[in-house]
Ligand binder design. Structure first.
Ligand SMILES: [Zn+2]
Length: 419
């Protein structure tokens, strides 16, 4: 498959170029490329930039969007979320995840790092949608031995079935957090991930209560506790990282972990702190950005997330220059590099995960496309989404969108409103 994008504004060069894609790679970027291509895309009045990686979410939770907001965390979980989650079938999660994939494609995300129940359903939905993913086998045992053994068995089954089956989908481990997974469960995750040389995705130090409870139970704060179980490495993806001290930041840097910033969820759930992004970044911890699930966001729009990340961190640092727009945009596609893929600059040799953004009123004038993308654009301006050299959306249309919208609406009606 070959694609030629004509006359598009390059987000970094701020000049018109043609982009030639062959297979899954950007082969050539130049003015007036004269090469045959199977698909020609007119890039006039559009900006080309690398696609986003949403590095922490629970995709299928789009079904909870607007269902229960503005409540204390435990009441929200116990009264609203858990009773519905308990009733979820594999088919419900499939439809929810696929609908989330549609939302992500429509807002320029082509890589998602996900954690949710019913792995088969998540896998099937993501595979059909054509986006990339790190799908993590979720583990929650609530310190119950029987549940922990069940988690182990389910995880092994998932890996037997899906590991290394699709080059776009990486299968990882998803021990939920230190307050939901026992020591044995975390130890298993750590050893199994090493054996498979794959990722571990875990929530870390999201609230102060999590930190204090962990100290009470284990005598250690969460990062050092996880490290004592061998769980921290260059393949550990840590969501939230709000309540960290200087020693812990050094530890995450030494272990080469990735810290994932989820500013909207943190503020909406009022976790009482802000990720120390500046300190993490300056010590060399890899930084990525995620939306978290739609129950606590309430959308999967990475444009919104990066603007809020930028302004929240500037406010925290009392410094309008740090982080700047370019730095934030790099964090927004960091997931591709976590997977070892060349991406971020939109240059020859990069993986062909690209979005074309329509230059609507709020992107004019074009003094600086990077600034416009971070501070002014939103997901509904994405016109074209390309993943791994394949066009998933063109002219804001995804082939399967009507069908999944219909199925999703029906499923939500059944799940929430029929007794
Ligand atoms: Zn989460």
């Amino acid at each position: 498959m070959s694609i030629l994008i004509k006359n598009v504004t390059h987000f970094l060069k701020n000049s018109k170029v043609d982009i030639y894609i062959e297979g899954n790679t950007i082969k050539k970027i130049d003015k007036n490329i004269n090469l045959e291509a199977e698909e020609i895309i007119d890039g006039t009045d559009k900006i080309a930039c690398p696609a986003f990686s949403n590095m922490h979410t629970h995709a299928s939770m789009v079904m909870f969007r607007g269902y229960a907001d503005d409540m204390p965390l435990m009441e929200w979980l116990e009264k609203k979320i858990w009773p519905v989650e308990y009733r979820l079938t594999e088919e419900d999660v499939y439809i929810g995840t696929k609908f989330a994939c549609l939302e992500m494609i429509k807002s320029g995300t082509t890589l998602v790092n996900d954690m949710y129940w019913h792995f088969n359903a998540c896998y099937r939905a993501v595979e059909e949608s054509g986006i990339r993913a790190i799908l993590n086998a979720v583990m929650i045992d609530m310190f119950d031995k029987k549940r922990q053994k069940e988690n182990e068995k389910r995880t092994i089954d998932i890996f037997d079935r899906y590991f290394n089956k699709n080059p776009l989908i990486t299968v990882g481990l998803g021990p939920h957090a230190v307050y939901t997974v026992s020591e044995n469960g975390l130890r298993f995750a750590s050893e199994f991930a090493k054996e498979k040389n794959t990722f571990i995705h875990i929530h870390l130090s999201e609230t102060l209560k999590e930190v204090e409870d962990c100290v009470k139970r284990t005598g250690q704060r969460p990062p050092f506790y996880l490290d004592s179980l061998g769980l921290l490495s260059g393949k550990t993806l840590l969501a939230h990282c709000v309540w960290l001290n200087a020693k812990e930041i050094n530890l995450l840097a030494e272990k080469k972990c990735t810290a994932i910033h989820n500013p909207v969820s943190n503020m909406k759930l009022a976790v009482g702190g802000i990720m120390p992004l500046k300190e993490l970044n300056s010590k060399g911890v890899n930084i990525a950005i995620g939306t978290d699930g739609a129950a606590s966001n309430n959308n999967l729009d990475m444009f919104e997330e990066i603007k809020i990340a930028a302004i929240l961190q500037k406010w925290r640092n009392s410094d309008p220059s740090d982080p700047d727009a370019y730095k934030i945009l790099r964090f927004a596609n960091a997931g591709f590099r976590v997977l070892g893929l060349k991406s971020g600059e939109l240059e020859e040799g990069d993986i062909a995960d690209i979005v074309l953004i329509k230059m609507e009123e709020c992107l004019i004038p074009d003094h600086n496309p990077v600034s416009n993308i971070v501070y002014s654009a939103n997901g509904s301006m994405v016109d074209t989404t390309i993943c791994n050299g394949k066009v998933l959306m063109k002219n804001r249309y995804v082939e399967w969108e009507e069908k999944i919208k219909e199925d999703f609406t029906k499923m939500v009606k059944k799940l929430f409103y029929s007794s």
